[in-house]
Design a protein. Structure first.
Length: 161
């Protein structure tokens, strides 16, 4: 995308998010330029993000999926996948949410992905898997007395089935 078009898009996105206290105005700002930017991954991600912010997760899901397919990369791709997983979980599609969030966590080790994964597992009725994932992350750190108890805690976590 040419620099001028990218700057214009960033201005549109920034302007839209300035109205987050008036969600309908924010949404209208994204809708005004849909025809022009519907093939732009960053625009679609931000539009999906706005829909998500407004509690319109079902509408956001498709836009996240398209944005990811169009080639998001780096941090914004990770954000889009986490937010897609969260939206899927909120709408009751927990199996898909667990698949996506589990993959994102394995690929990135991002604690946000793990947190959303634990929530999706919980919503899916996988309480033990949720607990094991969270506890596994906690003991992987070196804070406090964890190094002293890692062996015992690992054993106890393995007993959760």
């Amino acid at each position: 995308m040419p620099i001028e078009m990218e700057e214009h898009l960033n201005k549109i996105i920034g302007e839209a998010w300035k109205h987050q206290d008036s969600p309908e105005v924010m949404l209208a700002k994204f809708q005004e330029v849909f025809e022009e930017y519907q093939g732009n991954a960053v625009y679609l991600f931000e539009y999906a993000n706005a829909l998500d912010f407004m509690g319109k997760e079902t509408e956001a899901i498709t836009l996240y999926q398209i944005a990811i397919r169009l080639g998001l990369s780096g941090k914004i791709k990770t954000q889009a996948e986490i937010q897609l997983g969260s939206s899927l979980s909120v709408t009751g599609k927990n199996e898909s949410a667990v698949d996506i969030l589990g993959r994102v966590y394995r690929e990135t080790s991002d604690p946000a992905a793990l947190t959303f994964l634990c929530i999706a597992l919980f919503r899916h009725g996988e309480l033990k898997k949720s607990l094991k994932a969270a506890l596994g992350f906690i003991i992987s750190g070196n804070q406090g007395l964890l190094p002293d108890y890692r062996r015992a805690l690992s054993k106890y976590i393995d007993e959760i089935d």
